[in-house]
Write a protein that binds this ligand. Structure first.
Ligand code: ZN
Length: 350
């Protein structure tokens, strides 16, 4: 392999012009599909968001610890809400950030200064992001002055062996609390991205790192399930139309279970049996084009949603270490689209 100057080789360079990005994003959206962008620098992220990209993978430089500038974090959080940045320019249902912690972490294990620095920076960005909006508010509108549970709950212990407790967090938390309270919480996060940087099958590492960096187990599981669907679903699930579509799926299935007819029965029949020619033509055309996977929402345990289910032994709602054990050692039951692949920890054959 030819040797290159590391300072040039490691420099962040945008691979596409603004016009090219604009064309790619608008074409994808016109075809009803979303656009994921792997980006790191604030400049690239700002541009992509303004052009209405749907997900940003990486984004490790979203927060600048040196200047303490939280502008981009706020912009990303806001862009996740209906009406946020991106939607105005033809984007889908708001932006999702896919932090790819597992990719950064794994890359840092080569011992290079660059890898280590990048992991540290992305870790700080993630820690800042999950504090936004103040976790205490979600837990029951506790006033900022008395909301200390967040600090005591966050272990903020690095996975790196030999590295002790990250103690910069606690005092800073208290100081930050008041103004973080006024920020929109960053809920538009998802787990995934860059599988292959770490071994396939080790995807739980992303969840484990998120938990270790202080995110609550409920939030992490939400980002790993519903968060994922929000990233990959077609544009037909976005906005008002999307909400109606989800409700129709849910009610349709309930109606087909209960045997009642009514406006939703037809839809449920189509969802469960895939019978053709019973719906209006416009919908039928779309069905054929998108196929079953895209037509069934997933990530929530409810009627009308895909029967994807994972059950683990252990304690998901315990400490980060217990959370890690449950996901890596406690995997007991796996069901995908109603088919069981693992039962009592043993793979089901055939
Ligand atoms: Zn990437």
């Amino acid at each position: 392999m030819a040797s290159v100057s590391p300072s040039v080789g490691l420099r962040s360079i945008s691979l596409f012009s603004k016009e090219e990005l604009e064309a790619m994003i608008s074409t994808a959206h016109a075809r009803g599909v979303k656009v994921a962008a792997h980006a790191n620098t604030p400049k690239a992220m700002n541009l992509l968001m303004d052009l209405g990209v749907d997900t940003i993978e990486h984004g490790g430089e979203m927060y600048d610890a040196e200047t303490g500038d939280r502008g981009l974090l706020r912009k990303v959080a806001k862009a996740g809400s209906p009406g946020g940045t991106g939607r105005e320019s033809g984007g889908g249902g708001g932006l999702t950030w896919v932090p790819t912690l597992a990719a950064y972490y794994t890359s840092s294990l080569d011992g290079s200064k660059f890898g280590k620095r990048r992991w540290e920076r992305c870790k700080t960005t993630f820690e800042q992001a999950i504090k936004m909006g103040n976790a205490a508010r979600r837990d029951g509108s506790v006033a900022p002055s008395s909301a200390t549970s967040h600090s005591s709950r966050s272990p903020a212990v690095s996975l790196e062996k030999g590295k002790g407790k990250d103690d910069k967090c606690e005092d800073k938390d208290k100081n930050d609390l008041e103004f973080l309270w006024n920020e929109e919480p960053m809920e538009n996060i998802a787990c995934g991205g860059d599988t292959g940087v770490f071994s396939h099958g080790k995807n739980a590492l992303e969840l484990i790192l998120m938990r270790q960096l202080g995110a609550s187990w409920e939030r992490v599981l939400g980002w790993a399930t519903l968060g994922g669907w929000k990233c990959v679903r077609g544009m037909e699930w976005e906005g008002e139309e999307g909400i109606i579509r989800v409700r129709s799926r849910e009610k349709g299935v309930m109606a087909s279970f209960g045997g009642s007819s009514g406006a939703f029965g037809m839809d449920g029949l189509r969802l469960s049996e895939r019978s053709e020619g019973e719906d209006d033509q416009e919908d039928e055309e779309e069905e054929e084009e998108v196929g079953l996977d895209r037509d069934v929402p997933f990530g929530v345990i409810r009627g009308g949603w895909a029967a994807d289910l994972v059950a683990v032994k252990g304690k998901l709602d315990g400490s980060p270490a217990e959370f890690e054990w449950a996901l890596t050692e406690g995997m007991s039951f796996v069901m995908k689209s109603g088919i069981i692949y693992k039962m009592d920890g043993i793979e089901v054959l055939g």
